[in-house]
Design a protein around this ligand. Structure first.
Ligand SMILES: Cc1cc2nc3c(=O)[nH]c(=O)nc-3n(C[C@H](O)[C@H](O)[C@H](O)COP(=O)(O)OP(=O)(O)OC[C@H]3O[C@@H](n4cnc5c(N)ncnc54)[C@H](O)[C@@H]3O)c2cc1C
Length: 113
């Protein structure tokens, strides 16, 4: 059934690309329609939340992400007045061990509209 169906996805943003990979993994033929003429990086990077990272890993992208992503050790909230640290949220391996937040930052090509 899936192999005989073609699904058209509008937009090659992270949402369109992710759903396209998921559909392709289930045997659908996917055609992505993107209005931008080319895909390119925008900004400094993209911080992916743990739930988003898990979806990409489940789609088999871990090896490709590993070469481009960095895992910050923590989010540090700083005081403008004193310059000192107000609060610290562990990320990465520390957070993974404790079951709390984990995060990665990567720069996949993104379409510029
Ligand atoms: C400066 C900035 C920094 C950000 N940083 C982060 C971050 O660190 N972490 C994070 O999680 N999120 C971040 N975001 C938000 C994140 O970029 C968006 O939530 C995410 O890109 C949305 O993905 P999307 O696929 O839904 O939409 P989009 O990325 O907007 O993709 C939609 C695509 O559809 C195309 N399109 C639209 N209409 C049509 C049409 N009619 N036909 C064909 N194609 C069409 C567009 O050209 C576009 O390529 C940031 C956003 C900005 C602007």
């Amino acid at each position: 059934m899936a192999g005989s169906r073609t699904i058209f996805v509008a937009g090659a943003g992270i949402g369109g690309l992710t759903v396209s990979l998921a559909l392709a993994a289930r045997g659908f033929r996917v055609v992505i329609l993107e209005k931008s003429e080319r895909l390119e990086e925008i900004g400094a990077g993209l911080q992916l939340s743990p739930n988003a990272s898990r979806v990409l890993v489940a789609l088999g992208l871990q090896p490709r992400l590993a070469g481009r992503a960095v895992t910050p050790e923590a989010i540090s909230l700083m005081s403008v007045r004193s310059g000192g640290e107000v609060a610290r949220l562990p990320l990465g391996e520390v957070a993974a061990r404790s079951g709390s937040a984990a995060s990665s930052k990567t720069s996949p090509p993104m379409p510029r509209g």
